[in-house]
Ligand binder design. Structure first.
Ligand code: HEC
Length: 116
């Protein structure tokens, strides 16, 4: 005769593992992913401002231009190049710190600010 007590305690343990896995998976997916907006606010907004106008204390000091102006003269590719390689003495090169995808997303986000 099979030992039901042993089988059900095994089943119980499995169920416990399964539920805790679901729980962990939920907790992980609920963790805030760093969005492009967070990244922009973290790395770029000191100079370019939340709204892309560059009217922050630091932005004024280093003479950041308003994205509403630069978007009319600069293509997305040119901007991506600037973020990759830097420009002048105040706009840093970000290619060591950020991935290609992040830089493209940041430029897209920056350009989208011009339309707000
Ligand atoms: C220390 C201040 C500073 C920070 C931080 C900074 N920038 Fe800039 N950025 C500048 C300045 C100054 C220029 C203008 C350079 C020039 O035209 O001579 C510039 C130019 C640019 C340009 C070219 C188009 C334009 O509107 O002038 C882009 C695109 C840009 N920055 C994106 C970014 C992104 C994305 C980040 C964050 C990863 C960032 N910048 C962080 C100072 C900064």
């Amino acid at each position: 005769m099979p030992n039901f007590a042993r089988i059900s305690s095994k089943a119980c343990a499995l169920l416990l593992i399964a539920t805790s896995l679901v729980f962990v998976a939920k907790a992980v997916s609920a963790m805030p992913q760093k969005s492009v907006e967070d990244l922009y606010l973290d790395k770029c907004s000191v100079c370019h401002g939340r709204d892309g106008a560059g009217k922050t204390a630091k932005g004024k000091k280093v003479k950041v231009k308003d994205v509403r102006d630069t978007i009319t003269t600069m293509s997305e590719d040119e901007m991506i190049k600037i973020v990759n390689n830097g420009k002048g003495k105040d706009m840093d090169s970000w290619k060591k710190e950020l991935s290609k995808e992040q830089i493209k997303e940041l430029v897209d986000y920056y350009r989208s600010l011009a339309k707000k």
